[in-house]
Design a protein around this ligand. Sequence first.
Ligand code: B12
Ligand code: SF4
Length: 480
Amino acid sequence: MKVNKVRFIEPGNLPYRKSIKNLYVYDKYIRTPSIGLLTLATIAKCEVEDTYMYSESISKIKWEDVLDADIIFIGIFTFSAPRGYELADYIGKNSSAKVVIGGLHASLNYTEAVNHCDYVLLGEGDESVVEFINAVKNDKPIDFAGVAYLKDGECITTGERVPPHDIDTIPDRNLLYNYQKMAGHNVIWPQVHASRGCPHNCDYCALVRHFGRKVRTRSVENVLEDIRQSIKFHDEKHHRITKVLWITDDNFFADRDWAVSVLKAIIDSDINYRFTIQARYEVGFDDEMLDLLKKAGFDELAMGIEFLEDEAFEQYNKKSTYHDILRSVENIQRHGMRVRGLFIVGADNHTVGVGKRLADFVIEHNICGVLIQSMYFVPGTPVYETHKHRLIDTDWSKCVGNVVHYPEKITPYDLQKEIILASRMIYSKKRLLGAILHKRGLERLLFIGEYFWQQSVRADLKKELPRLKKVTEECGLYNA
Ligand code: B12
Ligand code: SF4
């Protein structure tokens, strides 16, 4: 079969729409688009000239340009899976294109995803999209490793895929419809993903199941070039206020020598920019690394603190302690960098009071901002096996911070209220005033932006309260 036209689609949790909130809320109707799917589109373009991508993070989908494609690839995370299935079903009804779904959620939950497409491609797609396109072009069976599909109602799989070793692709940002225009929004960040995989094995982590425990890195030159291109793409035609590039790796520091080389290369280069990055607590004990980060332009580390109790760290196999976290936060701050906290609530030991404890910690230890995620269990993770009976339902679209399970020692309703309380305490009017009076420059601006973003987050969390009250009352699990 001829393959003349290929389209990639990134569904949103909610589809893009114009809203005043798009000026300060980064994750509702507008989001940074997927660099992963864009990387795949860049690779596919070498096979099929007419390759293009749409992302509901930044635009509506132009169906008149999509439905006559020969192959349509859709990438889903858990929070975007229901919308992805909706789009795939629509395409299935209105187009003769082969519909392929992939991405983290589809890989871990392929028995669900196969019901909405012709094929699911498991794992990272850098090599498999090319194999797929070529198999279709040459009328060959789709029988290479890492495929799932339905045959006579039964889910067939062709075995596990080995993750790609060469990941040196710089995404061609011009392949994404509307990206250049939207790149001026301050809630859309320049992003570079420089390595994949993490050697750790936290029980709730879907990433390590998807990308594996072997760390694979891009070459230093390739990472630097991507950083340059990303900055140019976002800044050249726009006046952005928040000029910060996000290195989105899950564990950039896992290969220490490589991380040092990247940082030294940034320092020695013509790149003069501000950066943010995610980090485990161990980096806070590495003074050489912290000095390099500071010199390279990193103002902030987003630390996966997750819990504040050793009991929870132990239960979910997170090799961490409260004491270590604290020491690490203090040392990072001593090196002149901010610490942002990424937290999980809804662990088995969490009770009423978890929200206040979290907020007190954040305020007392000068954590500059937070992302609070309620526990959820993705198929394929150890925590799913032990806790799947505790999921309220499998409406994955709710996995954007809402409570989606029946915690052991607190009701879903009360836990949602704890998240709202924590947000209200951390982003209070008093702290807003403090930030306006005492913080400077970007730090002040970020707090103001986050203050209004969190108002919107809380409004969304509140909307779920009546439903959570009902499921709490109906489940019968919490009767004294
Ligand atoms: C950058 C980022 C964001 C950005 C942009 C997201 C985006 N559009 O991609 C923003 C800030 C918007 C964001 C927001 C959120 N995020 Co986020 N984010 C990330 C992060 C750190 C990096 C994404 C990335 O670039 N990955 C690297 C690329 C290479 O991987 P990839 O995109 O998965 O693509 C590869 C493969 O999966 C595969 N693939 C992907 N699609 C397809 C399609 C086909 C057909 C095929 C064959 C293969 C394939 O091939 C690609 C190349 O190898 C990830 C962590 C991570 N490592 O992925 C979290 C992550 C995706 N985020 C997560 C979450 C929970 C959120 C939020 C819900 C947080 C919150 N509470 O607000 C929000 C959701 C916003 C919303 N309401 O829609 C979770 C999702 C978990 C899950 N089970 O799905 C992750 C995995 C973090 C985590 N620690 O668990 N996020
Ligand atoms: S350290 Fe982070 S990326 Fe690594 S397994 Fe744990 S949660 Fe996942």
